[in-house]
Design a protein around this ligand. Structure first.
Ligand code: 0O2
Length: 267
């Protein structure tokens, strides 16, 4: 097939990947806006290369005319989560969406592949609008933890290097690494609440500090400079002590001072 024709075939898939990456990133943003923990840590996407499509077609005996129907990962989205529990939350989010229609799901986490590969796979139909009209495309969504992704990435490059002839000792090493990844994910799940608390408290503190700095910046425009410098010094003192409650109280007091100045300026 000519390169130009391939470009025409692959262009809508590229659009689907771009749109979906934006949509999944927006989910992260929505969680951030309500200051909640996002089950999605990172999103990436790719369109399969022509050579990789041809290789898969050859391996699976797929005729060129049937490629779009039979190769379901021409468009691929990868969603990385911190914890295994998050993966199933993301699965639920996808199941509830009206812009993705699920074709099939495979849970390689409950049913690990012989290679040691773990991930949750969903193939969905997704519509994109083109000049030629609406195109209903298949997109493969792989959902995995950071640890699963680390393993799969390394294993994938070794598979690429050795093709079908991976030496036994490397296969065995990968197998024990897969075991270690499984244990790591289990351990992380046990301390999940603690980690989430720590992350949450970090975010809360960062938000308080942002509010304070914003208030101080605005006070510089309306208040007596000496008074603002005193407030600023007090903030640095409390910040260095690192007491969150004191920081919170300081922020509330500062809110009142700011409100007072705002009221004065409206008179
Ligand atoms: P890419 O784009 O290079 O990653 P099968 O023939 O059944 O093994 P199938 O039918 O395509 O493969 O479906 P499956 O098993 O769901 O695999 C689809 C994709 O999952 C693969 O794409 C990989 O990205 C990933 N995957 C599946 N098994 C493994 C594995 O053992 N190791 C790693 N690292 N990844 C795996 P491709 O086709 O490899 O292409």
């Amino acid at each position: 097939m000519e390169i130009q024709l391939w470009r025409e075939i692959l262009a809508p898939y590229s659009l689907a990947v771009d749109e979906l990456v934006v949509k999944f990133n927006h989910i992260i943003e929505e969680y951030r806006q309500v200051k909640a923990y996002s089950p999605i840590e990172l999103v990436t996407g790719r369109v399969k290369t022509i050579s990789s499509i041809l290789e898969k077609a050859q391996k699976k005996n797929i005729h060129l005319d049937d490629i779009e129907e039979k190769i379901d990962d021409i468009a691929g989205i990868r969603i990385i989560c911190q914890f295994v529990e998050d993966i199933y939350k993301v699965v639920d989010i996808i199941r509830q969406r009206s812009d993705m229609q699920i074709k099939n799901e495979t849970d390689y986490i409950q049913n690990m592949k012989e290679s040691g590969y773990r991930s949750y796979h969903m193939t969905v139909y997704y519509n994109v609008e083109t000049l030629k009209g609406t195109r209903k495309l298949q997109v493969e969504i792989q959902i995995r933890t950071l640890a699963m992704n680390f393993w799969a990435t390394i294993e994938h490059s070794l598979q690429y290097k050795y093709k079908q002839n991976m030496p036994r000792h490397i296969r065995e090493r990968l197998s024990s690494a897969a075991e270690a990844v499984l244990i790591l994910d289990q351990e992380m799940s046990v301390v999940r609440d603690e980690i989430m608390d720590a992350q949450n408290s970090f975010t809360v503190k960062a938000n308080i500090v942002a509010d304070i700095l914003n208030n101080i910046q605005n006070l510089y425009k309306v208040a007596n400079k000496q008074e603002v410098i005193k407030i600023q010094d007090e903030f640095f003192r409390i910040y260095q002590v690192g007491d969150r409650e004191e920081l919170e109280k300081f922020s509330n007091d500062l809110d009142l001072i700011s409100q007072r100045y705002r009221a004065q300026s409206l008179r």
